[in-house]
Design a protein around this ligand. Structure first.
Ligand SMILES: C[S@@+](CC[C@H](N)C(=O)[O-])C[C@H]1O[C@@H](n2cnc3c(N)ncnc32)[C@H](O)[C@@H]1O
Length: 327
């Protein structure tokens, strides 16, 4: 996978979630940014751990970050404390995120999202996995719901911090599949297709488990996710064109055995320079999500096509699903 220079800017119109995938990428500065942020990890007896691999800071190996418990780093072979296959978002991408995703901030997109989540949170607290720059979390906080976030990218949180302080919206830097925080939540949510950023089934299952772990009895886990559009693949083909428009072209490539998808984006700027960006995902079906939820001890409560609770049908290209932890 190529390092990303640029991501598509789609303007202010809301466009299908499927077409808005592909926003995960690398920046050359991400290693430095990550190591500057302390981390807390699940089951860490020393109380904290930090990104530190083989004594050289964060390493990236084929898009994989490995975090090691520093207390064991000096002794013998490296012990892997936690790992993620997620691509890590760097400073440049973080700085561009809100402008690039302006359509996702449009009231007709964001308001129904926040209404839905505020309704489920009730008088309880919410935990957002992969909170990013706070698109949803900040708005939900503004509705009076106490929100805490978990986010892998320090630069994304730095952008969030320009909007809201730590006291109002605390964020832990860490992997949403493994990072735990104190407290119980009425609602855990993971929006904008981001479960797919975990690129193995095992990690996705862990993510469901981690959600369940943080829920109070009767609490809900909500996911917003695209339905894999592989029925658009012609027989024998692995490529689906997603968009060919002025200044932007994109296509997805699929590996049907491993459920991997790579979104490729080509952007042409005013000077005619074309920049390439890509993002890798593991696509997952609604039914597989239900199985993961079951493994995590959660029960499907409802599934909609969108945040306005439109019926989910065979034609839906995304879903908003709610699983409940038994009371
Ligand atoms: C598409 S953005 C969504 C951000 C925000 N939730 C929103 O709706 O605007 C995806 C975010 O997921 C984060 N992310 C990806 N993998 C992650 C992981 N394993 N743990 C925590 N955050 C992760 C990225 O750093 C990025 O901020």
């Amino acid at each position: 996978m190529q390092p990303v220079e640029a991501l598509p800017v789609r303007g202010a119109q809301p466009i299908p979630l499927r077409a808005r995938r592909g926003v995960g990428d690398f920046d050359s500065d991400h290693d430095r940014d990550l190591t500057s942020h302390p981390r807390r990890g699940q089951g860490d007896s020393s109380g904290s751990w930090r990104a530190d691999v083989l004594g050289t800071g964060v390493i990236r190996t084929s898009a994989r970050l490995v975090f090691e418990n520093p207390s064991t780093a000096q002794r013998g072979p490296a012990r892997l404390w936690a790992m993620t296959t997620s691509e890590v978002w760097g400073r440049q991408q973080a700085e561009r995120y809100d402008a690039n995703q302006a359509g996702m901030y449009a009231p007709e997109v964001l308001n129904p999202t926040v209404d839905f989540l505020a309704d489920l949170a009730g008088t309880g607290a919410a935990l957002e996995f992969a909170i990013g720059t706070g698109r949803v979390g900040v708005a939900l906080t503004g509705r009076g719901v106490p929100v805490t976030g978990i986010e892998l990218s320090g630069p994304m949180v730095a952008q969030l911090r320009q909007k809201v302080g730590e006291a109002e919206l605390p964020v832990i830097i860490g992997d949403m599949a493994t990072t735990t925080i104190d407290g119980e939540f009425a609602l855990v949510y993971l929006v904008f297709n981001t479960i797919s950023n975990l690129r193995t089934q095992a990690e996705q299952v862990e993510c469901f488990r981690n959600a369940a772990r943080h829920l109070s009895p009767g609490g809900r886990f909500v996911i917003e996710l695209w339905v894999p559009p592989i029925r658009r693949l012609a027989p024998g083909q692995q490529i689906v064109a997603m968009d060919v428009s002025d200044g932007h072209a994109s296509f997805d490539t699929y590996d049907l055995v491993t459920q991997q998808c790579i979104s490729h984006h080509y952007d042409r700027d005013a000077e005619g320079t074309i920049r390439y960006g890509s993002g890798g995902f593991r696509y997952v079906w609604p039914s597989e999500c239900d199985l993961m939820a079951m493994v995590a001890g959660l029960e499907l409560e409802s599934r909609y096509a969108d945040w306005r609770r439109s019926p989910f049908t065979s034609e839906s290209d995304s879903h908003v699903s709610v699983w409940r932890k038994p009371a």
